[in-house]
Design a protein around this ligand. Sequence first.
Ligand SMILES: C[S@@+](CC[C@H](N)C(=O)[O-])C[C@H]1O[C@@H](n2cnc3c(N)ncnc32)[C@H](O)[C@@H]1O
Length: 487
Amino acid sequence: MAIPITKRQKEVLDFIKKFIKKKKYPPTLEEICVGLKLSAVSTVHQHIEALAEKGYLKKVGNNARAIDINEPEAMVRVPLLGTIAAGEPIEAVQQKEFIAVPKTKLPVNGEIYALRVIGNSMIDENINEGDVVLIKHQSTADNGQKIVALIDNHEATLKKFYKSRGLVRLEPANKNYKPIIIQKDQELSIQGIVLDVIKSGGEIKENPTLFNDEIEKDDNLPINKIICGDALHHLQKLPDQSIDLIIADPPYNLSKGNHIHFNNNGLKGFGGEWNKVMENWDNLPLVDYFKFTAKWLKEVKRILKPTGSIWVFGTYHNTGIINLIFQTLGIEIINEVVWYKRNAFPNLAGRRFTASHETLLWGHAGEKRKYYFDYKQSKEFHDPSDLLKSQGKQMRTVWDIPNNKESREIEFGKHPTQKPLSVCKRIISLCSKPDDIVLSPFAGAGSECLAAKELGRKYIGIELDEKYVDIANKRLKYSKNQQPLFN
Ligand SMILES: C[S@@+](CC[C@H](N)C(=O)[O-])C[C@H]1O[C@@H](n2cnc3c(N)ncnc32)[C@H](O)[C@@H]1O
């Protein structure tokens, strides 16, 4: 199986093949440019570079016709079974998609699969978040081999295997993590050993199978669906200028030190309500978080209609990064809204103020500020629970909305950072029209999608974690179509 190429790259390749067949020598960049009616030689150059990188073309010499057709390296299809935690164990994986891997990277025999790494407990072995590990399925391992371990039949983790005097130790490659010692009453099964690592790299282009421009755009929008998968991947599939409103509630990157686990009873000293979140999806090194944010916001800019806009939830942990990337990408900030949570969880340690707000950045990427905003409705808007908004007066940038969830909002399960429907509905009702498409790229338990549905909008959700997809789907399935603005 060949590495996929974009439609345009295929056109360039076909042109070169035909040209060589006819003339017996390769075309110059200018000839390709003219032949394909492209506007710039630099664009042709980029396609040639990409085709060379993917093994379809090779450079021969330094003259103007220094390209030739190359038979691409033989590739094989390997199932990408999902994600694996190089950190705390996570739920066992399930098959989702396939990736193309050079045949030379694989052994002649054996069952091979791939997993994408989450977490940073293996960084000293140069296995980082976003990398893909190729695994050979086998149930035994030698000391020091990197394995996929399944603990108690449901938690999978990537670690180095050591067995001594009957005791199994799963060793991280990061001094900030402790080894996992398999206790006598625990069951360990080895699911395979790591054969190789496909680096994700920092740039979108560096990982052809996951984050590349070769992901073909899908003209059929997944309307009224929650996609289970990575937002970085699925955003790339959406066509240009296809979405009316995006409400992004991304990871805030505040779950530092994911070796600590505590629940609601153990909140002491952690300052704010949100500090109880301790999730792997919410714990990236700062530079990675920056890159991750820049990548998805770049796609956001591309897919928003000129009349569309984007809202991003945040706290001081990430809002500065979002703000900077908005400005860097040319997403104009329309407002910064403070969502005041009157009923915020008290600060128990007494070492800081009670954190009682979140920040929302509202931006647009179109020209001439064509973004949709129902000013009239915003003025007439009246929610009896908002003590800062009077009907008939302009809506201000501080919204007084209690962080309560009604019982119907949590009847199918909770999400640790679930947003109340009332916040989502305020945004949707003021920034979109009925039948518009609302996208929630980090859908969690689906609050934004449900709010969209209940207000007569279409929705698209993307969520990495199957258990939240499940909650979101149940909420959406059992909701009524049209519901009032206030719950
Ligand atoms: C802050 S929560 C969203 C909660 C949501 N607003 C709600 O009310 O339920 C962020 C969600 O993003 C998901 N997530 C993290 N990284 C992701 C990625 N790369 N692609 C898709 N979802 C991701 C997490 O699993 C988490 O459920």
